[in-house]
Design a protein around this ligand. Structure first.
Ligand code: PEP
Ligand code: MN
Length: 338
């Protein structure tokens, strides 16, 4: 249930709503908007309760049921867009944010070389995988803690916040000591133990869409993070599995305006994992911005043919440079800053 307080409702009126909910064994989440407060009343039995329980309380303007499975991620709970802030970078605002770097951190030289390039070309955040959950257990699994150290170092050296994936709930504290943003991979979107752990830290989280999951399942997974109090959540569309096999995955462009309609959370797009091939990445990246994405997560490698992971879908520095110029034009034509 969503309880919307009247504009100017007093703190004690808000407290009465919270106490009423707690006395019924329900959980609450507050959205302290600039002009009015909204309270989400959460619990498995809210469906059996009359909305009058809250509607009669002083200071309450309206009470509505959220009929969707996701609650805190919904626009009903928070009509205004969420802005996620990492140092001086804002994700979800007017400016399109580009996160770029190698799929996997391979060495200090490789990472520093690409960090320097992506910074020069205008990326705001450096990506790099230290824990690489691979389809095969015999493939390179990442440099792990050494990779985290290299990433933190490169970020500091080139003045870029860094994003990296965390796979194991037991590594959340470790990874959050090194990373500015923690990434949940597609294969872990419904790893609820991991999400609950990430909900308790005070670091932004990029939640990639599970490649077999609907938008509703994705937003419901986001609720696991939000319910624990972490409101710095960024969604990332990275393609879904369909009958079409001409690209690695099918980039669901429509999920971008759908998310914008039904959720307040920022959404970025990973054209690299969707495409699976470098030649398709620029078109998907431009389409994502034109469709309203708040940013991009792009794989770039100093020498893709030598990459240990995902070389085929990684852009060369010169391809990346060209794409950044094209993206600027697309962003400007869509009324965005770049
Ligand atoms: C990645 O970004 O490195 C990655 C593995 O992506 P996904 O989880 O979308 O497959
Ligand atoms: Mn990759």
């Amino acid at each position: 249930m969503i309880v919307e307080m009247r504009r100017g409702a007093s703190q004690s009126e808000v407290d009465d709503v919270l106490e009423r909910a707690k006395s019924l064994g329900l959980e609450v989440q507050l959205n302290l908007g600039t002009d009015k407060t909204v309270v989400a009343i959460l619990g498995s039995n809210t469906g059996q309760l009359s909305t009058d329980i809250f509607a009669v309380l002083p200071g309450v303007e309206s009470v509505t049921r959220i009929m969707k499975p996701y609650k805190i991620a919904s626009r009903e709970f928070k009509p205004k867009d969420t802005l996620v802030t990492v140092d001086d970078v804002i994700i979800g605002g007017k400016k399109v944010v580009v996160m770029a770097g190698p799929c996997a951190i391979e060495s200090e030289e490789q990472l520093n070389e690409i960090a320097n390039i992506v910074k020069q070309e205008g990326a705001s955040i450096l990506r790099g995988g230290a824990y690489k959950p691979r389809s095969s257990p015999f493939s390179f699994q990442g440099l792990k803690k050494t990779g985290l150290e290299l990433l933190e170092h490169a970020g500091k050296q080139f003045g870029l916040p860094v994003i990296t994936e965390v796979v194991d709930p037991g590594d959340v504290n470790l990874v959050s000591r090194y990373a500015s943003i923690l990434q949940v991979g597609s294969r872990n979107m419904q790893n609820f133990t991991l999400l609950t752990k990430l909900g308790k830290i005070r670091r932004p989280v990029v939640l990639k869409r599970g490649f077999s999951c609907t938008v509703t399942e994705w937003l419901t997974a986001a609720d696991y993070l939000l319910a624990e109090g972490n409101d710095q959540v960024i969604l990332c569309e990275r393609g879904i599995r369909t009958f079409e096999d001409s690209a690695r995955f099918s980039l669901d462009i429509s999920s971008i305006p759908v998310i914008k309609r039904f959720s307040h959370l920022p959404v970025i797009v990973d054209p690299s994992h969707a495409a699976g091939h470098y030649s398709l990445v620029p078109a998907l990246a431009k389409a994502a911005i034109a469709a309203g994405a708040d940013g991009l997560l792009i794989e770039v490698h100093p020498s893709p043919k030598e990459a240990m992971v995902d070389g085929l879908q990684s852009l060369t520095p010169s391809d990346f440079s060209r794409l950044m110029k094209e993206l600027k034009a697309v962003a400007k034509s869509s009324g965005r800053d770049f």
